[in-house]
Design a protein around this ligand. Structure first.
Ligand SMILES: Cc1cc2nc3c(=O)[nH]c(=O)nc-3n(C[C@H](O)[C@H](O)[C@H](O)COP(=O)(O)OP(=O)(O)OC[C@H]3O[C@@H](n4cnc5c(N)ncnc54)[C@H](O)[C@@H]3O)c2cc1C
Length: 476
């Protein structure tokens, strides 16, 4: 029987373990933390003063348009293992100072109707690709540089993704549509006038119109718990509290998968890596950081525009031009006064996360890489701008700075929650310039974290793809 070791138990490590074990490989997972799940965990324990026991707070991933449509996760039948998806009435809201709001619904038609004059343009941009998303995902949920399964569908979707988000946004004439697109494009953590910055926004919007911006009932932890149940069924051994820092700690195995940041793999393997691979992975670039603040709020967020209250996700960043400016600032290492803030109101779709009138409100600001300041007031300021009176409803605050984020999970270097800058080269090739992004030049060893294609998210596709490459090498 072949054997495998998976280092790191984030969704990609778990996906790799499940894929290998399903093929009959004897798998052991080694995880540094006391619990598995990496960026897909929740807590219902008291986190800070004012957080009542039972308030469910997602520690990292919160909203899952890519996971709910993930070919890998969907193939596992995770409902049998307790996972239930929930959808808010509005997927995403983008309020503006004018009182207007851009509203993204799962339905393209509902979104178009809400966008008024830009509705037709939104429908033309997203109607076709979202109807074909499941076909499209066979090509976009893996390395970009390979022979596509559906070249025509991919080409139609792919051409606009090459554009900077600032160029794509010019398609729209009204600010709610432009800002709504810009807020989603900002998930790439890049200056929006750089090439390919449309890609992640187009991918998330298209996936959302097909599958919705779902949240996991009971918290994102439910995704990890369901994966853990599959692992148990397959007999995978999981050891927590094991931080791998050197090659000497690695048990002998036919396959070793690293669900880690690329630079950590260089540190662990040292001169076992071929020099060109060490140079490539050692030069891997990390992006700006996230500064996370969770609030326990007495009642709902008092949004100026009540339509925002029904949204699972809210982007606080003002008009497109303002978002573009703040993303440019953080890239340059400067903290903007009014940063782009992503807000999660998961309880709107999943009321069981609240305790009585106390709701968990999730937020993080985009900040420079390794930012050492405190962004809490800047975040509260953005809430107050669009929801005056927010501050008065806060009964608890739990903060995780960029440094604390990288201690919580070593893959988030400098608070970079994407495990790597999504710049042109890394978006096209992955962790180093190669057509084989999962290979690291040592027979039997592979990288499978979110630094590899298709990139960040709780979808598990990086791990599943890397494990498929490992399996084909094993059987060759
Ligand atoms: C604040 C935040 C918000 C996010 N929001 C969303 C969202 O809404 N939707 C979404 O889809 N995604 C979101 N993400 C991204 C998503 O969580 C990640 O892309 C995903 O978890 C990456 O999975 P992974 O398996 O590659 O790595 P990770 O989940 O990062 O897991 C890596 C694991 O490896 C372990 N590890 C690290 N070093 C070692 C070592 N030396 N030895 C042993 N173990 C080690 C870590 O402890 C961790 O458990 C968010 C992330 C963060 C941080």
């Amino acid at each position: 029987m072949s054997t495998a070791v998976v280092v790191g138990a984030g969704p990609n490590g778990l996906a790799a373990a499940i894929t290998l074990a399903s093929a009959g490989v004897d798998v052991t997972v080694l995880e540094a933390d006391d619990s598995i799940g990496g960026g897909v965990r929740s807590s219902s324990r008291s986190l800070a003063d004012g957080f009542p026991d039972g308030l469910v707070v997602d520690q990292c991933s919160a909203i899952h348009p890519m996971a709910v449509g993930s070919p890998f996760l969907n193939g596992l039948g995770l409902e049998r293992h307790g996972l239930q998806w929930k959808w808010p009435e509005v997927d995403c809201a983008h309020p503006l100072d004018s009182g207007d709001v851009g509203l993204l619904y799962r339905s393209v038609d509902d979104t178009a109707a809400a966008l008024g004059a830009d509705g037709g343009r939104w429908r033309r941009a997203f109607g076709g690709p979202s109807a074909k998303f499941d076909t499209l995902s066979q090509d976009i949920m893996g390395p970009l540089l390979r022979v596509p399964k559906h070249p025509v569908t991919l080409a139609r979707f792919g051409v606009p993704t090459v554009l900077p988000a600032s160029a794509f946004a010019r398609l729209f004439r009204t600010e709610p549509a432009r800002a709504l697109f810009g807020g989603v494009a900002a998930h790439t953590f890049r200056p929006l006038d750089h090439p390919l910055t449309s890609a992640i926004g187009l991918g998330i919007i298209t996936a959302g119109h097909r599958h919705g911006w779902a949240v996991a009932e009971g918290g994102s932890q439910a995704i990890t718990d369901a994966l853990a149940s599959v692992l148990a069924e397959l007999g995978v051994k999981v050891e927590t509290g094991v931080r791998v820092t050197s090659a000497a700690q690695l048990p002998p195995a036919d396959v070793t998968m690293f669900d880690l940041a690329p630079t950590a793999v260089v540190d662990i393997l040292g001169d076992r890596l071929p020099r060109r691979v060490a140079r490539g992975l050692g030069g891997f670039r990390y992006g700006p950081g996230a500064f996370k603040v969770d609030f326990a709020l007495d009642g709902p967020v008092p949004w100026k525009n009540p339509a925002v209250g029904g949204a699972g996700t809210v982007h606080l960043g003002g008009e497109f031009g303002e978002i573009a400016a703040t993303e440019r600032e953080i890239q340059a290492g400067r903290m903007p006064q009014r940063p782009f803030v992503l807000v999660g109101q998961q309880y709107v779709a999943d009321p069981g996360r609240s305790v009585g009138d106390i709701n968990p409100v999730y937020s993080y600001a985009h900040v420079p890489h390794g930012y050492t300041g405190d962004a809490t007031e800047a975040i509260i300021g953005q809430f107050e701008r669009f929801a005056p009176g927010f501050r008065d409803r806060i009964v608890g605050t739990a903060v995780r700075s960029t440094t604390e984020m990288s201690v919580y999970n070593a893959n988030y270097v400098g608070g970079d929650i994407c495990t790597g800058a999504k710049d042109l080269r890394q978006l096209v090739f992955g962790p180093r310039t190669t057509l084989q992004p999962y290979r690291i030049g040592v027979p039997g060893m592979y990288l499978c974290s979110a630094a590899t294609p298709p990139g960040p998210g709780a979808h598990g596709m990086c791990g599943a793809n890397a494990a498929a490459v490992a399996l084909s090498a094993l059987t060759r």
